[in-house]
Design a protein around this ligand. Structure first.
Ligand code: BGC
Length: 349
């Protein structure tokens, strides 16, 4: 079968090639790939900056934002042929650490977790893949191809859950939320913020086109200026850019007792004008909490499934701005200014 593979930590090694059918040890459920979303992590892996091949192997099958159709459910009684499923990305570490032992693999303590398409387990960018039934999440069949948005939705569902659990540390009545970055993660974070009845603001560099429209159609407010120029102090900031300057300005702009949740992974950039001690002083004096959030566990996958199932299909479908064939994976990995979510489509949903 055909797959998109890469030699991790070596730039320019990605290719669309023939590989053997998935091994039965990878799971008793056999799935036909429908679509796989592309995200910044995939780009980093292809650029040789991130990723690990399975032990003893040179190459890794890429892809962690899956959607597939069950071909053979195996002995699983919860799945049947034809079900649309998405594969959970992370697997607990083998020891396991206390968090993995209780199913909170997203909070793994020893870093020995594995991740499909990222860290030591093959991903979903192959014509067929296998999965353990307990890691296959059934999606609402009426979502069709939109089910490919489930994985990024789990990431923001977890971020929101952590913001809420931090918020209740004190008397808390959040009203405004700022989302920095109007990519898929930012827009899905804004969707959840509106669901929670909050006054949602989204800031991004882009000044026109689909992103501002999508934000307005949620009943949220779009801004294209610096965070420091917004003129209000958000109670919650969901940071989805990973850009140092945006992060520093977020810390200084958040309201007293505010919470900043960092979801973007960036690197380098310009050193912000604000000295670390000044940023920290602002955090101390305002009781600010800054949390990092990565991945998601089954609780978040369940919730995210509900969020997507209830979301407006037309709005969701506008998040998928480009569909590419697997053989054109290189174009799929290129970031174009109007792109929100690009998916590689293997079969009709
Ligand atoms: C994925 C997460 C993963 C993280 C770190 C993200 O792109 O969505 O599932 O945990 O990368 O590898």
């Amino acid at each position: 079968m055909k797959a998109i593979t890469v030699e991790p930590k070596k730039a320019g090694t990605a290719r669309y090639e023939d590989i053997p059918e998935p091994d039965v040890h990878e799971g008793s459920v056999l799935v036909e790939a429908v679509a796989v979303g592309v995200c910044g992590t995939d780009v980093e892996i292809v650029e040789g900056k991130y990723g690990w091949a399975p032990p003893g192997k040179e190459r890794l099958v890429l892809g962690h934002e899956s959607l597939g159709r069950v071909i053979d459910p195996g002995p699983s009684s919860s799945l049947k042929k034809g079900d649309l499923v998405v594969g959970i990305v992370r697997r607990p570490d083998p020891i396991p650490c206390p968090n993995c032992a209780v199913g909170e693999w997203d909070m793994c303590r020893n870093g020995q977790y594995t991740e499909r398409g990222i860290k030591e387990i093959h991903g979903f960018m192959s014509e067929r893949w296998r999965i353990e039934p307990e890691y296959a999440i059934k999606v609402d069949p009426t979502l069709g191809i939109l089910g490919v948005l489930l994985e990024p939705t789990t990431v923001v569902t977890k971020a929101w859950a952590h913001v809420i659990s931090v918020g209740v540390r004190t008397f808390w009545e959040p009203r405004t939320v700022l989302v920095t970055g109007a990519g898929p993660i930012g827009l899905l974070a804004a969707l959840i913020g509106r669901r929670r009845g909050l006054d949602v603001h989204v800031v991004d560099r882009i000044t026109s086109g689909t992103k501002p429209e999508l934000v307005r159609d949620l009943g949220a407010t779009y801004h294209s200026c610096a965070v420091s120029a917004l003129g209000f102090e958000p109670d919650i900031i969901i940071e989805c850019t990973g850009v140092g300057q945006v992060i520093a300005e977020s810390i200084q702009s958040v309201s007293s007792c505010g919470i900043i949740c960092l979801t973007g992974v960036g690197q380098g950039g310009h050193v912000s004008k604000a000295a670390t001690a000044d940023v920290a002083a602002s955090a101390v004096l305002k009781n600010t909490v800054i949390i990092g959030s990565v991945n998601a566990n089954k609780r978040h996958w369940y919730r995210a499934g509900e969020i997507l199932a209830r979301a407006d299909r037309t709005w969701l479908s506008r998040l998928i701005t480009r569909r590419e064939k697997p053989e054109n994976f290189k174009q799929a990995l290129e970031r174009k200014p109007d792109d929100i979510k690009v998916v590689i489509q293997f079969a009709e949903a």
